[in-house]
Design a protein around this ligand. Structure first.
Ligand code: BT5
Length: 329
């Protein structure tokens, strides 16, 4: 009923709609309507209520609920079911739970905050409440497990493109970070359940620092982390960014699954790469090795050249990477 009331308020935005009319349309009591309105107001909806005139929707909050995000969404299945939490341990963990219980492909888990947000290798992901995008997409792709690295790149390209559409130039630090002015504003965590040659499901977890301010960033991350707000000096609409991201993601993911075409993804990753042309350091089987990042090849692998002149193409997940200090200016 909450959804219906919100829908009718949105259809009549800036106009009064009487409690009686809502009551007649949906066959619920005016007291019940009032309760829903009260709850909506608590969630941040600005609704004017005047006796004898009814209710008027004035503004909507920047919440990542389906009702808010769907206004900007033009996907067929990605994000068409959006499971929203106020708080949760980790959206990836929840998405895994749902996926293993048979949840369909495309369902997205979103939370306003996480108590146990995680990065790769069990590192922590930090977030202040209501200021980030914290989401996990459930996928069930019929591809080889070895193709999964590409899905991380599709997500990175989708974030980069969505930010560009919101007037932000960002760079992709292959394979799973998005940076602005050399600071991380987004991290991607891809997790998979499957066997040797079969995938049960893939979870793409994405964390973006959107309206995070300097004070929200833990001291130990101040040198490496930033947000869209810090970099641009203004607030951004989280719901618009998440919708653009999902729109882009579906387009590129479909192209990959149906046509095996990842050229648009690779183009975005190459053009916006923060690594190509730079000397990087990477951990390889425990050793810290220096190499030059030369390219991202057509399969999405990072092409590196070692100091001894030898070349190698590495797939995501194979190494942990740190920018060499001389590039960290
Ligand atoms: C990542 O790991 O960058 C993947 C992060 C994925 C987070 C999302 S949020 C929604 C979904 N649910 C989850 O539980 N996780 C996903 P990694 O490359 O390992 O980077 C982790 C490192 O980034 C940490 O060790 C910190 O140094 C740094 N970090 C932590 N929080 C950060 C933040 N908010 N912004 C920028 N850097 C951060």
């Amino acid at each position: 009923m909450r959804e219906e009331i919100l829908k009718i308020l949105k259809e009549n935005r800036n106009l009064f709609i009487s409690g009686e009319e809502i009551s007649k349309n949906y066959g619920i009591s005016r007291a019940a309507i009032w309760k829903h309105i009260k709850k909506l107001k608590e969630e941040g909806y600005e609704i004017e209520s005047i006796t004898n005139s009814g209710y008027k929707l004035i503004s909507c909050p920047d919440l990542l609920t389906y009702e808010e995000v769907s206004e900007h969404l033009n996907t067929k299945y990605i994000g068409r079911k959006l499971v929203h939490f106020d708080t949760i341990d980790s959206t990836n963990k929840k998405a895994k739970e749902l996926a293993s219980q048979g949840e369909q492909e495309g369902t997205v888990v979103v939370s306003e905050t996480q108590t146990l947000g995680k990065g790769r290798f069990q590192r922590k992901w930090s977030d202040p409440k209501g200021k980030s995008i914290l989401m996990s997409i459930i996928l069930k792709p019929k591809v080889e497990p070895s193709d999964i690295a590409v899905v991380t790149l599709i997500a990175a390209a989708a974030v980069c493109k969505a930010l560009y559409e919101c007037d932000m130039d960002s760079q992709i630090k292959w394979p799973n970070d998005i940076i602005i002015n050399n600071k991380k504003i987004c991290g991607i965590l891809t997790e998979m359940s499957g066997e040797l040659n079969q995938i049960n499901y893939v979870i793409i977890g994405i964390g973006i620092n959107v309206n995070t301010s300097i004070n929200d960033i833990p001291d130990d991350l101040l040198n490496i982390a930033s947000s869209l707000k810090i970099e641009k000096g203004k607030d951004f609409s989280r719901k618009k960014i998440i919708a653009e991201l999902l729109n882009n993601f579906e387009m590129m993911y479909d192209d990959f699954i149906k046509n095996k075409n990842i050229r648009p993804v690779i183009d975005i990753c190459r053009k916006n790469s923060s690594l190509i042309g730079k000397t990087i350091q990477l951990y390889k089987r425990g050793d810290l090795i220096s190499a030059k990042a030369e390219d991202i090849d057509d399969e999405g692998r990072l092409v590196i050249r070692y100091d001894n002149g030898e070349c190698e193409s590495i797939i995501s997940g194979e190494v942990t990477m740190h920018m060499a200090e001389k590039n960290d200016n």
